[in-house]
Design a protein around this ligand. Structure first.
Ligand SMILES: C[S@@+](CC[C@H](N)C(=O)[O-])C[C@H]1O[C@@H](n2cnc3c(N)ncnc32)[C@H](O)[C@@H]1O
Length: 415
């Protein structure tokens, strides 16, 4: 035990000094380091048997949040001027929800009654324990930053997507791997999603096949992106891609390949309003046709990354969070389709993705890798895996830039 106590104390020291560094410098890296060490500290303090039992219980955390979200609990808490009693909460949820209405009806009780069905109280107890609400005296609640976050449609979509779209696939994943002899999932027409839902289309075709599913996905992608600074705020755009570029306004400056809603290009235009040259956003037709810009003259082109890149000789081909959606073979095909359009000595490729260290990756990046194994099926690549891929397609890596903290890095390469 003395060895364990020593390890616990040393973790505490690590956490303390990184919090002091965060306080002094506002460094994201220091904050993330403290967070990672806090997880290790929790582990060190926990008995292994308890840790496994808590793992067993862990899906119920998401369950409680999803039920509260469905009932509108978070909007009620954040919209109230004063803390809300459980009875008032039940009353207001009852107005929004058949569930609360019906359980009250079954018990033949009026909403707000002191004999309130205990379901909501039990959910609220779990939310308080998880910091999704605060309790002021018995069963009187107010919001926390997490409850406020849950009122953002984008975060709500993430929780909805977990339950409606992805949890069924996660549950099937062990069976899928068993059936496929534990091969790394690579076939985007026969991955875990295709297995679970018995479909013969890619994940992105599936996402586009249903309006609500499509909206949930693009909503939460937007939400996840908002939590980090834009690439133009930390990547040296001026030095790396603007200096030495003297294109005419009709020349293609940058193509955002599989760029989704185009936020990264809008951020570029906002930061460099006098930029000369075309700024082009590409994505699948279902996505491109759904985008309606209100500003800044971005061009839109419907393009499938498995076809040759139609815009030739651009200064930059920007690929953010697209290659990680695919296996190495498909990643190479996408890169080759892009490379054919690049002009040697002029074009650069920028790949923005999480890059895993070759050892001791953190929990967050490892979990993103797990969900990509389920979704694409794709992969978060290590630095050495990237090096091998880039070499195999004849791209020379100029630099890899990392933002402060745990956000995605940018690999800059050229022919
Ligand atoms: C995870 S999102 C990333 C979007 C954007 N780059 C970002 O980081 O916000 C992946 C994008 O790739 C697009 N995509 C998937 N398969 C594609 C394909 N075969 N051709 C073109 N775009 C594709 C999707 O529609 C989606 O917008």
């Amino acid at each position: 035990m003395s060895g364990e106590l020593h390890a616990i104390k040393s973790l505490l020291e690590d956490i303390k000094s990184s919090i002091e560094r965060f306080e002094a410098t506002n460094s994201e890296q220091a904050r993330v380091y403290a967070l990672e060490k806090s997880l290790k500290l929790t582990r060190a303090l926990e008995h292994p048997k308890d840790a496994i039992f808590k793992l067993f219980l862990s899906p119920t955390q998401a369950m409680a949040v999803k039920i509260a979200h469905d009932l509108g609990v978070f909007s009620i808490l954040t919209g109230a001027a004063t803390p809300v009693s459980c009875e008032r909460l039940a009353d207001q949820c009852g107005a929004n929800s058949l569930l609360v209405g019906s359980f009250i009806f079954h018990l033949n009780l009026r909403p707000g009654s002191q004999y309130l069905n205990p379901t909501l109280k039990r959910i609220m107890r779990a939310l308080v324990a998880m910091d999704f609400a605060q309790e002021h005296g018995p069963r009187i609640y107010s919001p926390t930053p997490l409850s406020e976050e849950m009122t953002d449609n984008k975060s709500g979509s993430l929780v909805d997507a977990l339950f409606v779209d992805f949890a069924p696939v996660v549950l099937k994943m062990p069976e899928f791997l068993q059936e496929t002899s534990y091969q790394n999932p690579e076939d985007h027409l026969a991955g875990p999603i295709q297995y679970t839902y018995n479909i013969k289309m890619t994940t992105f075709e599936w996402l586009a096949s249903d309006r609500a599913l499509h909206e949930r996905f693009h909503n939460y992608v937007q939400g996840v992106r908002e939590s980090r600074p834009f690439w133009v705020d930390w990547f040296p755009v001026q030095e790396r891609i603007l200096d030495g570029y003297s294109g005419a306004p009709t020349d293609s400056f940058i193509v955002d390949v599989a760029g989704g809603s185009g936020r990264d290009m809008l951020a570029l235009k906002r930061k460099f309003p006098n930029l000369s040259g075309r700024v082009i956003l590409e994505d699948l037709p279902a996505v491109i046709n759904d985008i309606h810009f209100h500003d800044m003259g971005l061009e839109k082109i419907a393009h499938d990354v498995f076809h040759p890149q139609p815009v030739e000789g651009a200064r930059v081909y920007f690929l953010k969070f697209i290659l990680h959606e695919f296996s190495d073979d498909n990643c190479i095909k996408i890169l080759q389709n892009t490379i054919r359009a690049m002009k040697k000595g002029h074009s650069k490729i920028l790949i923005e993705e999480f890059i895993l260290p070759d050892e001791n990756a953190g929990l967050f990046h490892s979990m993103v890798d797990m969900i990509l194994m389920v979704v694409g099926p794709g992969i978060v690549r290590t630095k050495s895996r990237w090096a091998t891929i880039m070499k195999s397609v004849g791209l020379a890596v100029n630099i890899i830039c990392h933002p402060d903290g745990e956000g995605p890095s940018i690999i800059e390469a050229e022919l």
